[in-house]
Write a protein that binds this ligand. Structure first.
Ligand SMILES: C[S@@+](CC[C@H](N)C(=O)[O-])C[C@H]1O[C@@H](n2cnc3c(N)ncnc32)[C@H](O)[C@@H]1O
Length: 390
């Protein structure tokens, strides 16, 4: 239980204050009602926990009890749905603290916390999510062994894998190298700020978890252009209390908007080194017009010396010839939007930066630990490297 009695009152005031400031989606100039907030929480439950959402549903009375402090510490699923519905990046931002955790710094400080200044909430209409159609991020989640996917995603993923049997191994190796690169950047390069573009659905070892395991004060700004990814990320990726995470829905093709959001409210301090993470995202930028190069240049130009870029990218260079042909057919038919690049095209945007050892490798080879599996290169269609800005 928070130690300071004022904290209990203040904590529960936050939710009702937040609700009173939100516009009702149906009644002009009125604050959102408890029932409308309950609807938004239920929609978030449906999105995040489709299997159990029914049992977890809340109503206006439940919201009232929460505001009055009668529900001190709702279960993880309901807290996640509340964070998603109110676009809050932590439980603390909603004034919710785990009453059993006496080591929680927020509890120690309870009552003196500038809660109101910290709360940034707005109610969004729930995104329309069609679970009967395969979705790229959910398909990716399935290949990684996650649970945020539906039958249509699994069917589509299995069909792709039947044609490209290396798919799952390559994707898993890519996710593993994201962890190893983040470990290198935090533990060896001393980086404490990460701009992670192309977040993907939360899964094991997300960037901030890896970095904060080594340096709890690490700050991570996640960027993705997919609202489904962002809804999950906001709800499920919560920072250590010493560090910081935030999420913005933005497009890699608009680097100036990403940089402006990074500067906004000092999410990242761009006068201190930053690691720009471009893990399995640059290949969504089509080749030919120098667009990938222009994007990377624009982002890197705004980072100080001593910053790093970690990037991975799809390639068909090691695929068996028949798979290469099949892949080209998918591109020609407009079925795939993932553009392979060879080593020269992958590295072109990073000219002028210093390549970190061991250079550009297939992702399973990059600083892999002793005893790591030797996977046939034709199964791993992803290259990766880390560069340092001199
Ligand atoms: C293959 S996942 C990679 C996830 C994670 N970085 C990893 O490697 O495990 C690619 C992510 O990039 C996002 N993405 C694709 N194009 C993007 C763009 N133009 N701007 C921002 N995000 C993009 C997708 O929504 C997806 O979540």
């Amino acid at each position: 239980m928070p130690r300071h009695p004022d904290a209990i009152i203040e904590r529960n005031q936050i939710l009702s204050d937040a609700r009173m400031r939100l516009p009702s989606p149906t009644r002009k100039s009125q604050p959102v009602s408890r029932g409308e907030l309950a609807d938004a929480v239920n929609a978030a439950l449906d999105r995040l926990y489709p299997d159990t959402a029914k049992e977890l549903r809340v109503d206006a009375r439940w919201i009232g009890k929460l505001e009055r402090g009668e529900h001190r510490w709702p279960g993880e699923e309901r807290r996640a749905a509340l964070r998603a519905a109110l676009e809050a990046d932590s439980d603390a931002a909603l004034g919710l603290f785990n009453p059993r955790r006496t080591d929680d710094q927020s509890n120690v400080n309870a009552g003196r916390f500038p809660f109101k200044a910290k709360v940034q909430v707005k109610l969004k209409p729930p995104a329309q999510i069609d679970t009967s159609v395969a979705h790229p991020a959910r398909r990716y989640d399935y290949w990684l062994g996650g649970k945020d996917n539906f039958a249509a995603d699994r069917k589509s993923a299995d069909a792709i894998e039947a044609r490209f049997p290396g798919m799952r191994a390559g994707i898993r190796a890519n996710r593993d190298v994201l962890r190893r690169m983040t470990e290198f950047l935090t533990a060896e390069a001393g980086i404490r700020q990460f701009l992670d573009i192309g977040t993907g659905l939360p899964t094991v070892d997300n960037t901030h978890e890896v970095a904060q395991r080594i340096a709890p004060e690490s700050r991570v700004l996640y960027v993705d252009n997919d609202p489904l990814v962002m809804a999950h990320a906001r709800a499920l990726l919560t920072s250590s209390s010493e560090g910081f995470t935030d999420y913005i829905e933005a497009d890699l093709r608009q680097p100036e908007a990403i940089l402006a959001a990074a500067r906004d409210r000092d999410r990242l301090n761009l006068s201190e080194p930053v690691a720009l993470m471009l893990i399995a995202v640059l290949h969504f930028i089509p080749p030919g017009k120098g667009q990938a190069q222009a994007i990377v240049r624009q982002l890197v130009n705004e980072l100080p010396a001593g910053s790093y870029v970690a990037a991975t990218h799809f390639t068909v260079d090691f695929m068996p010839p028949e798979e290469k042909i099949r892949y080209q057919q998918l591109l020609d038919a407009g079925i795939s939007d993932i553009w392979p690049r060879d080593e020269a095209a992958f590295s072109a945007p990073f000219g002028g930066l210093d390549l970190v050892d061991p250079g550009i490798t297939l992702v399973n080879q990059w600083r892999r630990g002793a005893g790591a599996d030797d996977i046939d290169p034709s199964r791993i269609s992803v290259r990766g490297a880390v560069w340092r800005k001199p």
